[in-house]
Design a protein around this ligand. Structure first.
Ligand code: IMP
Length: 425
């Protein structure tokens, strides 16, 4: 099994969890490399629902190390809550199974306050963030005034780090109409969390290299999606990290030569949460149908997702930005029952190789594919799909230029068509 990076090719929520689950059967570690608890996916453990925001999806595999890489931003309270919740299902994730990079940055109470206050101040111009403090935490990291996990676990250092920035933070909070925060209260609240997390904190990159030397493979689990990337996304309506595959290296401490495969996950249609352009969005009844059929509500915020049609130029561009080697197409079953399925094949004025710098005023060109009927969830091979569903998959593959080697046909773990050597090993 090679080292594999998994990324979303649209605006997140492509259904990465299920694909990570399929692939993690064979790996020695699953590593998160960016984002924080703005991500979210639901697992069912022993009949109990567990929503993971921060923990890598390898939590269910007993022999799999879970790594929170240096590129991740960590809210300690949320992480401990997740560990406790998992513990309640009988799955205790001890320090031998979870490594948190000492270099990962900590989401502080003032990051949460600033995220909320800024969004409120922006009114209609808001980004639509998850209000989890992600952006303000990354800002501090880049501005060299952040608090890292290595600081959180040393109370004297923690106090000193916070004391240095708090006056400025309180100034910004007050300017936005918020309540200033108290140094003692922050240190008091965070110190016990640091104490509990200390056994998990260490050199995450070294652990990955150790596994590599032992011939175990690593799965790098991306969060959000390509077009929420801080550089390549629909700026400024983006998240604050590098969501593209290149981010896996910087965010975990491995070099690019270690990566063998990059799997892109694409939903068979498109969704987006939060503000920002969305060329193939359907604001009418068909879009509402996609939301209802696909249960398109955010796992983190519960917000209804905006829905629209598959955008081939977008995913083709994602293939270039990430160096995709394989594509997984999810939620094909949601399109069943439509008499026709619109598919965006190009943007007016752009050829296969070019992509607009901004998506605000592109005009999508649609092809209308014939629809299909019936429940796809029993299909276990491509040849079992209704002829028009197969035609749709093949057209997506042709337009994106990457082989579709996994098709998800229902919400269940087994409702998946696998082919190609990576997924069927
Ligand atoms: P932030 O990451 O909370 O700063 O939010 C920035 C933008 O990214 C907003 O539009 C969010 O809705 C979006 N976003 C962040 N995380 C996710 C995710 O996991 N899925 C989909 N959208 C996300």
């Amino acid at each position: 099994m090679p080292h594999v990076v998994i990324v979303g090719t649209q605006w997140g929520d492509e259904g990465k969890g299920k694909i990570v689950d399929v692939l993690s059967r064979h790996v020695g570690a699953v590593a998160r490399f960016q984002g924080g608890n703005n991500a979210g996916h639901t697992l069912v453990v022993e009949g109990k629902k567990v929503v993971l925001h921060l923990l890598p999806s390898g939590v269910l595999r007993d022999d799999c190390l879970c790594v929170i890489g240096n590129g991740v931003v960590v809210d300690p309270a949320v992480l401990l809550e997740e560990l406790d919740e998992l513990g309640e299902t009988g799955r205790v994730l001890g320090p031998e199974r979870l490594r948190i990079s000492a270099q990962a940055h900590v989401i502080m109470p003032y990051h949460l306050a600033l995220d909320r206050l800024r969004e409120a101040a922006l009114g209609d111009g808001r980004i639509g963030t998850t209000c989890r403090g992600i952006g303000p935490c990354y800002e501090d990291k880049v501005a060299r005034r952040g608090v890292r996990m290595s600081d959180l676990v040393r109370p004297e250092v923690l106090r000193e780090r916070i004391a240095r920035v708090l006056p400025e933070k309180n100034g910004a909070i007050a300017a936005l109409g918020g309540e200033p925060l108290d140094l003692d209260a922050i240190v008091e609240a965070l110190s016990p969390l640091g104490e509990r997390l200390a056994p998990f904190v260490g050199d995450a990159a070294a652990e990955l290299h150790r596994l590599h030397r032992r011939g175990r493979s690593i799965l790098f689990e991306g969060a959000q999606g390509t077009f929420l990337d801080i550089d390549h996304g629909t700026y400024p309506y983006v998240t604050s990290s590098s969501t593209v595959a290149g981010g896996a290296c910087a965010g975990s401490g491995v070099g690019p030569t270690l990566i063998d495969e990059v799997v892109g996950i694409a939903k068979a249609y498109t969704t987006r949460v939060g503000s920002g352009c969305f060329p193939t969005e359907d604001l009418g009844e068909p879009g509402e149908r996609l939301r209802a059929q696909g249960a398109e509500f955010g796992a983190t915020t519960g917000r209804p997702r905006r829905c629209g049609w598959f955008d081939a130029p977008l995913v083709r561009h994602a293939a270039r930005l990430n160096g995709l080697t394989r594509l997984a197409l999810t939620k094909l079953d949601v399109l069943s029952g439509l008499s026709e399925v619109p598919l965006c094949v190009a943007y007016e004025g752009y050829d296969r190789e070019s992509f607009p710098a901004a998506l605000d005023d592109v005009t999508p060109i649609y092809e209308t594919m014939p629809g299909w009927e019936g429940d796809l969830s029993g299909c276990r091979s491509i040849s079992e799909l209704p002829a028009n569903a197969l035609r749709y998959v093949q057209r997506v593959e042709e337009l994106v230029g990457i082989p579709v080697e996994l098709v998800s046909v229902g919400p269940g773990r087994s409702d998946t068509i696998l082919h190609g050597d990576l997924f069927t090993r």
